[in-house]
Design a protein around this ligand. Structure first.
Ligand code: GUN
Length: 291
């Protein structure tokens, strides 16, 4: 059994990006520039965005943080997005979600020029991904594909079960795993809250990607000997023994499942660290003008 070390792979990729940026700068090319819009003062969003800014520093990117109070209007945000779309110095940008209730998130996402949509949320990027065109893939599925690649995990012809059908993880994950490419070329089944035979599907799977957000849902008796298990869950479960007051808990009961696996991602330290790293990879791609 091998534990997939997302933390060290993410560090390694950021160093590779930094080296690429240094090479570009020495050739007189532009420094990649990521902008982030943060609305309000939600603790989780503040932390995520601060970590994104920190990762930009490690990678040698320019970063711009644009803050608004939570009473900002949709119109004001749309106008700022329009400016960022037309600003040639900004290669890519994100609007941190969730947004206050009075703002329609879909309007915001669709206002972003898909060539700068480094979150990969715009319908054009989702559509391009589904037919295998160059695009930006959302952070979590992108990070998982990178882990599979770097650990040389065989996916071709394998039976892959994706648990969860969210727009930003489950659906794109299923699309990428069935894509005519490596990693990919898998036979994919998507299970969700209405699936009748979920346990049976899991037992037959060579690869399980658990992304339904239910702590410790995947138990040892649901996993085949030698399976690859990727845990996307990051639920904060209350834990009084910790300073933070919670324990980050995955969708997989790690202690009992791990001994049966050929590869498994831990929580924390597996998929999580790869997500910000994916955003950095997408920003470098945006600065390379792939479209
Ligand atoms: N909120 C939680 N995850 C994300 C993400 O990947 N991108 C954005 N923009 N907001 C988020």
């Amino acid at each position: 059994m091998q534990i997939i070390d997302g933390k060290s792979i993410a560090e390694q990729i950021k160093q590779e990006i930094a080296a690429e940026v240094a090479a570009r700068i020495s050739r007189g090319e532009k420094r990649p520039h990521l902008a982030a819009i943060l609305v309000g003062h939600d603790g989780g969003s503040e932390t995520y965005v601060a970590n994104k800014v920190k990762a930009c520093e490690v990678c040698g990117f320019t970063s711009t943080l644009i803050r608004y109070e939570s009473d900002v209007t949709e119109q004001e945000l749309l106008q700022r997005i329009d400016e960022l779309n037309r600003n040639d110095d900004v290669d890519g940008f994100i609007v941190q979600l969730p947004l206050p209730k009075h703002i329609n998130e879909q309007h915001i996402i669709e206002a972003i020029d898909f060539r700068k949509d480094v979150d990969g949320f715009h319908p054009i990027n989702v559509g391009r991904m589904s037919i295998g065109l160059p695009c930006f893939v959302s952070a979590t599925p992108n990070g998982i594909m990178e882990l599979l690649k770097r650990y040389n995990i065989e996916t071709s012809g394998k039976k892959c079960v994706v648990l969860g059908r969210s727009n930003i993880v489950g659906k794109p994950m299923a699309t990428l795993m069935m894509q005519k490419q490596i990693p990919g070329d898998a036979t994919v089944t998507v299970c969700h809250s209405h699936s009748k035979n979920l346990v049976e599907e899991c037992r037959n799977a060579d690869i399980i990607i658990a992304a339904m957000g239910q702590p410790n849902f995947v138990k040892a008796d649901m996993v085949k000997e030698g399976a690859v298990v990727i845990d996307v869950g990051t639920t904060r479960v209350p834990d009084a023994t910790r300073k933070s007051g919670f324990k980050l808990t995955g969708d997989v009961k790690f202690d009992e499942v791990a001994p049966k696996c050929s590869f498994i991602t831990p929580v924390p330290g597996g998929v999580g660290p790869m997500t910000i790293c994916s955003l950095m990879m997408n920003t470098l791609k945006a600065a390379s003008h792939i479209f």
